[in-house]
Design a protein around this ligand. Sequence first.
Ligand SMILES: [Zn+2]
Length: 446
Amino acid sequence: MTHVDPALTAQTVELLQQMIRNACVNDGTPTSGEEGRNADLLTDYLDGLELTHYEPVDGRRSVLATLPGTDPAAPTVLLMGHTDVVPVSADEWREDPFGGELIDGEVWGRGAVDMLNLTASMAVAVRELHRRGTPLRGTIKYLGVADEEAGGTWGADWIAANAWEDVACDYVLTENGGIPAPMPSGTKIVMTVAEKGIGWRRITVRGTPGHGSMPYGADNALLLAAEVVRRLQAYSPKAVVGELWQGLVEAMALPDEQRDALLDPGRLRDALAGMDPKLARYCHAMTHTTFSPNVIRGGDKTNIIPDRVELEVDIRTLPGVTGAEVDAMLAEALGDLWDRVELSPVVQERPASASPVGTPMWDTLERRARAAHPGAEVLPWMIVGGTDAAFFRDRGVPSYGAGLFSAKASLQEFQSRFHGHDERIDVDSLGLSTQLWLDVAGDLLT
Ligand SMILES: [Zn+2]
């Protein structure tokens, strides 16, 4: 079992509560987030360490702490946690989303699982390593970083592009892994090694303006856009059966017929229809490049037939899919309507990324997860959204979504709290994650 220091757990609880109360809500606009509040909190908390700050635009402040090692040949580990959170629908919550209250062994609030829990536990571990004063051979860095929730423009993307030497490292640990997932083949501990890419597109549909009183035969851009949306919804490129998917299917311990269907690209999509809808949604995303039309803008006035409608499509790519292939898929989806639309310059694009298992860091994560959950196996996992790990994998740094969670937070429960209502984390998980970072330092850096 994993030994946890209750005094450190208490520090993580308190720091997490303060970070939640700072409410660094990132709605995607450049002036939101105001992560300076959490950067200041962390700066005070990490007083005495070597600190560097980054603030590419006012208020979007990140903080880097470095604990230099004694041996330049020893590895450098970067613990990276974002300090921003996504908006809430406060009316839907049982408790105050920014109260950071500790209720029945759980800390409540926006960011409790995504990912202020880990950001706080990393800071506590780094401060503890500094306090102990025992020199480490390897270097440990801690980055409390802004703007993850809107793609890292004012955070990890900017820092990696403008201050790479500061954050350069051999391994990155960030959100999210070490989460127990009870499965028919026994409990698996998922640890993230890969994430899908982003290929957001804006599509403009044009028509001919006219008076709304005479719609017969009108060239209405909104009607055309509706058909574009319908075709995108109906479209599904061929399934791709990769190694991570195979591992997950094996873990599900399904009857042979169902397992074979899920591993057959030609039959996979039909096989998903028989699964639990929530699980099927994830499984579909893990095996397909996905297209979700999420924004529509058009029309000005009830009595004018619109001549221009804009659509934004959230496209998530599988490993190996290029931007040109995304455009080709869109053309396939739209068919004869492809000539009727204009594609704007790319809204946002970055390729899918993956890190190998079998590195010394991976071995440590695996060993520590098994120690915390005797009898469980570690399952390499792909996140279907995006995280800051991508900026480091792009530069060749093995990056894992890690952490260590108690059995009170199953993967299934955990996923519903991500960006959901009633986000909360149990205190045991906070203690386990804090201990994991200390153990990683002990295993790799001494
Ligand atoms: Zn996150």
